[in-house]
Design a protein around this ligand. Structure first.
Ligand SMILES: Cc1cc2nc3c(=O)[nH]c(=O)nc-3n(C[C@H](O)[C@H](O)[C@H](O)COP(=O)(O)OP(=O)(O)OC[C@H]3O[C@@H](n4cnc5c(N)ncnc54)[C@H](O)[C@@H]3O)c2cc1C
Length: 506
């Protein structure tokens, strides 16, 4: 019996499989298609996703095929900037704040890495056609797409990463809740040798005559998205002459290779339940987000990071329902909050009435002048709430500083402490630490020198981060979210004891 069957090897299934391999689980990944889907879909991910890819051991390979996204300028109905978002200096999580990437390249890196990991089998050209749940395990029936031959797999858990039209979601009779946002946009991907704008910047044209966006991908890849106006059809917009007319302000057709020009409907949907016994929905199978904040696939990768460390802990003896019910309890409100932001951004961008657009522009300019975030903007990553987090101070993603080892080596914090529970504390809080901690093997990072501790942060920002939260120490879960903040080392030791009791360490 396997620990896991992962159905679907899109980006979310592939990250799930890599994290399973890193955690030493045995898994079979089944994927209907023979090859990676060869057209770009998602184009953006953020620093948190790069941090998860770092945990999966693929960050440096992924990095090679990305472009750092530093700035985004929004233009109003008058063609002038209404807001500039600039993240160029933000390295809070150890990586640049935002990256532009080519989805087929990312998926290939993830699959190559899978081949190197023991314990993970990828079956291509194979689809899930049935699932039966038992008390202690699940049976998944698969069919070879080419031969029609069937097989049965047994596993302790199944993760459905089978995309927006998930067979497993439908099989479990889980409905999708619709947020009533449905806008058709033409998405054009092309290659061109010419750099078409400032290299690390995107542009959003909030033009009531035709809302549109331009995003430079890595290398020679560029993406445009154009909203369809009332009465326009997909067939009409996908014609070469329509594409040429839309792109004329930027490029000539003789200097580009069009990869794809297709109309997509941007919508907002969330599955009513994410768990059915031993089956868990993740990624597009669980939710779909309009792409205005580029978070759709990011959600999915956060889902499987949350789920995988918890499944690994359950397989080591942690209480199954307490942990695995926390997956949806923690992830769902986070996803819904970001979907709400993306819908608000979309509604603000998709304004077609000139008077309403002028009013919006004036509002965004006023907000920009007073430093307030406009709805078009990502309002900041929400903390996780509920699930295993039982206080308001818990649930924030902890930064990733550089740390120095006692031998003088400088490493990113997550590389230094691995996927373990960890403690980050000011040196004063650690003076009595060896007397009060039950488990001296838990990695401890001190925020300043002189503590006699193995790992010390190089960045002064970490001490500041704790001080701003009136804390002297943070107890971190394996996914680097804060389990507890404490001012007092006894309280910190107690929180650590509780976490270690809940999660058997690997
Ligand atoms: C034009 C466009 C732009 C986008 N922009 C962004 C963006 O900027 N940022 C972002 O984060 N997201 C974006 N997205 C969304 C992003 O592409 C998806 O969220 C992401 O691909 C979902 O990944 P997934 O692994 O959940 O699903 P998918 O990528 O759909 O993968 C599902 C896989 O499951 C397989 N499968 C299905 N059924 C079965 C079965 N029964 N048995 C076996 N295998 C099966 C499929 O073959 C497929 O390979 C965009 C999407 C589009 C279309």
């Amino acid at each position: 019996m396997h620990d896991l069957v992962i159905v679907g090897c899109g980006p979310v299934g592939a990250v799930a499989a890599n994290l399973a391999g890193q955690a030493g689980l045995s898994a079979v990944v089944i994927e209907r298609a023979d090859n990676v889907f060869d057209l770009p879909r998602a184009i953006h991910f953020d620093a948190h996703i790069m941090r998860i890819l770092q945990q999966a051991g693929v960050a440096s390979d992924v990095l090679a095929d990305t472009r750092v996204w530093k700035r985004s300028t929004f233009y109003g109905a008058d063609g002038k900037p209404i807001r500039v978002h600039d993240w160029a200096d933000d390295r809070t999580y150890g990586w640049d704040a935002h990256y532009l990437f080519y989805q087929p390249a990312l998926e290939r890196v993830l699959r190559t890495r899978l081949e190197q990991l023991g314990g993970i089998e990828l079956r291509l050209g194979t689809e899930a056609i049935d699932i039966v749940q038992h008390d202690e395990h699940v049976t998944v029936t698969t069919r070879n797409v080419a031969t029609g031959g069937t097989d049965e797999l047994t596993a302790r858990f199944v993760v459905a990463c089978d995309g927006a039209s998930s067979f497993l979601r439908a099989h479990s009779k889980i409905a999708l809740i619709d947020s009533d946002f449905d806008e058709p946009w033409l998405v054009i991907d092309l290659l061109t040798e010419r750099e078409l704008g400032r290299p690390n910047e995107s542009e959003m044209f909030c033009d009531p005559n035709r809302p549109a966006t331009r995003v430079p991908g890595p290398g020679t890849h560029n993406r445009w998205e154009f909203m369809l106006l009332p009465g326009e059809t997909a067939a009409q917009m996908q014609r070469p002459e329509s594409i040429e007319a839309l792109l004329r302000p930027w490029v000539r057709m003789d200097e580009v290779e069009i990869l794809r020009a297709s109309v997509y409907r941007f919508h907002a949907l969330v599955a009513e339940r994410w768990r059915d016994g031993r089956l868990f929905l993740a990624g597009d199978a669980a939710h779909q987000t309009p792409p205005f904040l580029g978070q759709c696939k990011c959600h999915g990768i956060r889902d499987v990071q949350n789920l995988l460390w918890q499944i690994a802990a359950v397989l080591r003896g942690a209480p199954m329902n307490r942990l695995l019910d926390s997956y949806e309890a923690e992830r769902r409100p986070h996803v819904v909050r970001i979907i709400d932001m993306a819908v608000a951004a979309g509604r603000d961008i998709c304004v077609l009435d000139p008077a309403a657009a002028a009013e919006r522009d004036a509002r965004i300019r006023r907000a920009a002048a007073s430093g307030v975030l406009a709805p078009t903007t990502f309002q900041g990553m929400p903390s996780l709430r509920g699930g295993l987090f039982d206080s308001d101070t818990a649930g924030e993603l902890f930064p990733q500083p550089l740390v120095r080892t006692s031998t003088g080596l400088e490493l990113m914090m997550d590389d230094a402490i691995g996927s373990d529970i960890a403690v980050v504390a000011v040196p004063e809080a650690l003076i009595r630490w060896s007397d009060i901690t039950d488990d001296p093997s838990v990695p401890v990072v001190a925020t300043g020198t002189g503590a006699g501790i193995e790992l010390v942060t190089v960045s002064a920002e970490t001490a500041k981060w704790l001080a701003e939260r009136d804390a002297t120490m943070a107890i971190l879960r394996p996914d680097r979210y804060v389990h507890a903040l404490a001012r007092d080392d006894d309280v910190g030791a107690l929180a650590l004891r509780e976490l270690c009791a809940l999660i058997p360490r690997g």
